[in-house]
Design a protein around this ligand. Structure first.
Ligand code: SF4
Length: 402
């Protein structure tokens, strides 16, 4: 339509806020982002709200957020350009070529990118709004994904991370995620391919062993296990197979695998015995990274109506208990890495000092895991460098360039 991206919202003619709303806290954050955009925008600029906040609150949102010129749900995105056109009297001249051929403008630094391979989810976890917000699973075809990956590599991206609500569900005919990863790994000159969010029960022996053979694919899996108690997993509507046994198998199928998981505490009916099983999972699982969330009863989910809701104070105690245990495990794992040499992707200056650069090794995913801080000579952002790990913290490490 002729718009050009800008990093300065106060100069923009059109601001699009893409929102998340899968739990109440995310919805509140999304509303705050909309209000923040409304505050800085030019009076004649238009503010458009898209994404799951729109799906979840629809008409109510349009009424309660008069700052937004347009509220649009993902299912209506095909009509996006027309709806935006209606907001403006005139446009800059459109760029050449049909809409489908335009390049995406990544919101990530030039050396890494997300590549979304599917949208929606066919599971029905009792606590989760995503299937009702995003609909059933729809996958992108291999051709278009390989093309986009090749163009990312061509533009200088060094790390491509494949994402989806349920990555392991990706299929095209008889091709599965390992075939897709293989095709992407071969499509261009980049360094790392990474997978995020694998549904546990789909991580079968043939799939994981095939993934372990894919060049460039870093030995890293994010497997949200959510819980360890068979009874709670059943009530959650998730696979009840033994999570400890699963992670043992994953490690035997894929050597040097770094594992991240997400756990939920305070699901309705969770007893101290159920919680103890999660504690055992954390202690014996020795995960590289663990995220812990408190169950949040969201309107429109089955679990919000379950009896046995757990008081906030207990949820908080259980969350802290798991995190405290994980801190010790994570420190021990990091200490064992000290002295080793690693390839590190340099991510830029640290939050604390422009003089100290940070980066990530293969066992650290962007934005969710810890960082590596360089001491001594400092590398440049966006480079892949070799360094020796010199110090370990609970989540972060230090390294010296080789
Ligand atoms: S698998 Fe994930 S996205 Fe799908 S319903 Fe369960 S929690 Fe939600």
């Amino acid at each position: 339509m002729g718009f050009l991206p800008t990093l300065d919202p106060s100069s923009a003619d059109l601001i699009i806020v893409n929102t998340c709303a899968f739990i109440g806290a995310a919805a509140r954050e999304a509303v705050a982002a909309v209000l923040e955009a409304a505050e800085v925008k030019k009076p004649e600029a238009h503010l458009v709200v898209v994404g799951c906040l729109a799906s979840r609150y629809g008409r109510e949102l349009a009424t309660n957020l008069p700052e937004a010129s347009l509220v649009m749900v993902p299912a209506d995105y095909h009509g996006f350009t027309r709806a935006v056109a209606d907001l403006f009297d005139q446009f800059p001249p459109p760029p050449k070529g049909p809409f489908e051929t335009w390049e995406r403008q990544p919101g990530t630094p030039p050396w890494r990118a997300w590549l979304k391979v599917a949208e929606g989810c066919n599971h029905r976890c009792a606590y989760c709004l995503i299937p009702s917000l995003r609909g059933p699973l729809v996958t992108r075809n291999m051709d278009s994904l390989v093309k986009e990956a090749a163009s990312l590599a061509e533009s200088g991206v060094l790390e491509i991370t494949l994402v989806a609500q349920d990555l392991t569900a990706w299929r095209e005919g008889d091709k599965n995620l390992a075939d897709l990863a293989q095709a992407i790994a071969q499509c261009g000159d980049f360094s790392w391919l990474r997978l995020m969010y694998s549904y546990p029960e789909r991580l079968t022996s043939p799939l994981v062993k095939a993934l372990a053979q894919v060049p460039k694919l870093v030995p890293y899996l994010d497997v949200p296990l959510q819980h360890a108690s068979p009874e709670i997993l059943r009530r959650m509507g998730r696979s009840g197979s033994d999570p400890l046994a699963l992670i043992g198998r994953l490690r035997s199928w894929w050597p040097n695998l770094a594992l991240r998981t997400t756990l939920m505490v305070g699901f309705p009916g969770e007893t101290e015995e159920d919680y103890d099983q999660v504690v055992r999972l954390v202690e014996e699982g020795a995960f590289d990274h663990v995220g812990v969330f408190k169950f949040s009863p969201e309107d429109g989910t089955e679990a919000a109506t379950f009896t046995g809701q757990v008081p906030q104070a207990i949820k908080e105690r259980r969350r802290r208990g798991l995190l405290a245990r994980q801190r010790r495990i994570s420190l021990a794992l990091n200490r064992a890495r000290v002295g080793t040499e690693r390839d590190i992707l340099v991510e830029g200056p640290s939050d604390d000092s422009e003089l100290v650069m940070t980066g990530r090794a293969e066992f650290q995913a962007p934005e969710v895991d810890g960082l590596i801080y360089f001491d001594g000579q400092q590398p440049q952002s966006g480079q892949m460098v070799k360094a020796r790990l010199t110090k370990a913290g609970h989540y972060d490490l230090a390294a010296t360039l080789i």
